[in-house]
Design a protein around this ligand. Sequence first.
Ligand SMILES: [Zn+2]
Length: 482
Amino acid sequence: MLTWLKRVVLALGMLLMGVVLVVYLALRPPRFSIPEPARLEFLGVTIVNPGEPPLVGRRVLIEGGKIAEITEAADGPHRGKFLLPGLVDHHIHVSLLSDHAGLLLLRHGVTAIRDPGTPGQAVMEYRKAWRQGELAGPRLYACGLPLEGDPPTFGGALVVGTTTLARQRAMEQVAEGVDCLKVYNTLRLDALEEVTRVGKRLDVPVVGHVPVAVELGASGLSAVEHLTGLPAPYTELEARTEGLSGWLVRFSEADDARLRHFARVSAAQKIAHTPTLVLWHAMHDRRGSSEGAPKEHALMPSFVREVLWDDAALPTYYRLDDRGQAALATMLARTATVVQALERAGAPILAGTDAPTRVVPGHSLWRELSLLEEAGLSAEEALVAATVAPGARLAPGKLGRIQVGAFADLALFANNPAQNLSQLESIEEVVVAGRRYTRSELDLMVRSSLEHYDGWFVSRAWAFIARGVLRTMNAQVSAPAP
Ligand SMILES: [Zn+2]
């Protein structure tokens, strides 16, 4: 090659590398100094394990990221304050913006989450980064990629049209190190049975949406999302044609006998339900991107509100027609009856939010607890659904209850939220795996993270990236048949 041409190519190459580096550095979220797991002592504190009488005047010693000792101590600096197990969001998605979500979760006392299946590789990376203290965030249990029928209703799912593929993909997911396997709307019964067989053999719980054509009692699922499984089964073709609107209509038309059956089967098979009431309300309100949005939306970067929460971003399956909108209103009016039926039958209810789908990580869990209370649970029962109950599922003896040997995942409050959920606002400190954060530290971190994401260049770049990701995901979903 001619010397001058070589020089030009070299110069252009370096320029390009320079641009890539600048963009990379500009997009990198701010790094914060993360506290090391410390020896911590809460002296004179009242322990509140939801569902049990409070233990007044205790000393809780934390060492090596675990609760090392609990003894009596009538007095001390934490006298009059309330120590609760950190909250668990049992349905939340880890995405590319989870640097920010991690901070918001801790700020609201959420120290553990379960991701019930999210496309992409971000989930496993965050699980590691949060665990190792490279980033501030909760303990994460991850289901990997959702498994769905062919064609899928959700882009980014692992499409398994045959039993052989179902078995293979499920085993691959387990080999990747997932904590649970998630199944989705259009998975066929024979494929689902393969997945639950793999789950049983390798001791990995199978959870998710009850596929539309499958009876709850025959699903073999241990945890069910969004109250799926209540409508009587219908075909995958009907599901693809009618979309979510059709499901909502069927939900709102399910009669009392069907509801009793749903509750009875759930209790008998110990199937836990995560109703995600806050998600259904947010969909109903549809105020994601418009004015008059709830004030907590200001906690999210602008590109999330403007791009990800825009109706235009929804895959076809999730766009509601007029019938769907009307059915959603009916469904919301019925959720209290459903929640009460489950509670009365003795089926476990777990608090989950589906954040960041139109709801704010952390804040949405507080709201879910209020909605569970409105649906008929007491404040204390609602808190059980975000501590003891999910803990017993995700890590028995370690998570969701303050006891010796458990993870040091805690939240300290000035007033007792088990008596009044509005006292969640009185949160003062959060401990996750022995790392202690004060409320004001977390407020500062959230603020500087928001400043980063809302910067002129960064917000535009993320909006561009988010649009591209959505386009790719939605292209994988077939449009409903005419
Ligand atoms: Zn979800």
